[in-house]
Design a protein. Sequence first.
Length: 278
Amino acid sequence: MKSVITAAGKGSRLLPVTKELPKEMLPIFSRLTSGKKIMMPILQLIFEDLFDNGIRNHCFIVGRSKRSIEDHFTFDSSFQNELSKDQKKLITSFYKKIKSSNLVWINQDEPLGFGDAVKRSESYVGTDDFIVHGGDVSILSKSNSTISRMIKTFNANPSVSAMLLCKKITNPKNYGVPEITKINSSLFSVKNVEEKPTKPKSNYGLLPCYVFKPIIFKYLHKLKLGKNNEYQLTDAIQALISDGHEVLAIPTNSSEFELDVGNVDSYFESLNLSYKKC
């Protein structure tokens, strides 16, 4: 399985800090196996979660002013040689994962939305199943259990074309919202999805982590501009459902927490949450 990590958004809700610093490079707290707390870019946390779940092929969708992302994911021996012994341990583990991975960089030259970003990865994905992960949201969980659950559930249901991740929310109007039928407490059948609806059909919101079969590209190519005058991934998923394809979703559980650096309030909450829970 391959991964597609989207990191092309402008980060305008976090200006002025994101004028030169991509929001995906904003730091959150993590913890070493020794128990020591450290800070790392949320994008690195996402990459390492995917790597620790066995994924070695990663495609980053980036945009203008995102050069620092590629620099961060590039091995730098001179930088490493300047570090102390303890500091080297921190960076060496990350560099080993980079060296063991195949990294591909694709440019989204205009901010045309999540759907457009994913569509640009088609030649990279080819005929493989793949996981899509937004670069500004991570799920804090024990032993990376969220991604593992998604992949295992997807592989256990070969008739499924897409696997979604959702969480229960009091007011999901600012999310993509699935209309669901519960198969059991940890697995839902998705009947419809809608981006930022005025009248949500459930109290669940979609999180930017998906597993797809490559059939999704057929519907990404047919997209028309949707909410916020962007090409929405949820519209492609709805077209997939309308064409008779099976789509499932798993909800987050009580030990899984969303870390979102997309705006000032959510970033502040994520810093506090990651410090307490990591």
